[in-house]
Write a protein that binds this ligand. Structure first.
Ligand SMILES: O=P(O)(O)OC[C@H]1O[C@H](OP(=O)(O)OP(=O)(O)O)[C@H](O)[C@@H]1O
Ligand SMILES: Nc1ncnc2[nH]cnc12
Length: 172
């Protein structure tokens, strides 16, 4: 399937999870085999050549990072919401377009100097990716690019992540 058609499978849901938010729901894209494959291949094509490990952000980022990791022969570190990991290397709390959240890094998975590519579905305010980068860099890793399916430019994430290599398959 063509990338444009695959991206067209993303649904827009007004006023979710709260009034005023136009929620981008990737569920129909994830459920479409050819569409999902197209997007995974396109994301795989955005990775820096030196990337050694992928970081997937819970929950939608897990799906994409796992598939891209398989496609490129790379492993995945799960960046989790707080309270899920038995052994934690670090935690960062942050604000979202809707509410607040936190992320945790599992202990003993990321090594100093390791080049990690960050994968998520949506870049909005940039809070999630900034927190993820802080976690990874706190563990001594090198964040070597951020790849997302959809960037919501009006929410300013690219500015928050100034200086980082950001690859978005679609910017709206
Ligand atoms: O750039 P930001 O403003 O930080 O927003 C982007 C994040 O918001 C969504 O995750 P959410 O926290 O809703 O979690 P989910 O994947 O578990 O639904 C999305 O999957 C990104 O991770
Ligand atoms: N509008 C939005 N749609 C989907 N995910 C999001 N994460 C933050 N803002 C979002």
């Amino acid at each position: 399937m063509e990338l444009e058609k695959a991206l067209g499978l993303i649904a827009e849901v007004p006023d979710f999870p709260e009034p005023g938010v136009l929620f981008r729901d990737l569920s129909p894209l994830f459920a479409d085999g050819p569409g999902f494959a197209t997007v995974v291949d396109a994301l795989a094509g955005t990775l820096s050549p030196g990337v050694e490990l992928l970081a997937g952000v819970e929950a939608r980022g897990f799906l994409l990072a796992a598939a891209v990791g398989y496609a490129r022969g790379l492993g995945v570190v799960l960046i989790r919401k707080p309270g899920k990991l038995p052994s934690v290397a670090g935690r960062v709390d942050y604000a979202l377009e809707y509410g607040t959240a936190g992320v945790e890094l599992p202990a003993g998975v990321v090594h100093p100097g390791q080049r990690v590519g960050v994968i998520d579905d949506v870049l909005a305010t940039g809070g999630t990716v900034a927190a993820t980068a802080k976690l990874l860099e706190g563990a001594g890793a090198v964040v070597d690019g951020v790849s997302v399916v959809l960037e919501l430019a009006a929410l300013g994430g690219r500015g928050v992540l100034a200086g980082r290599r950001i690859e978005a398959l679609q910017v709206v």
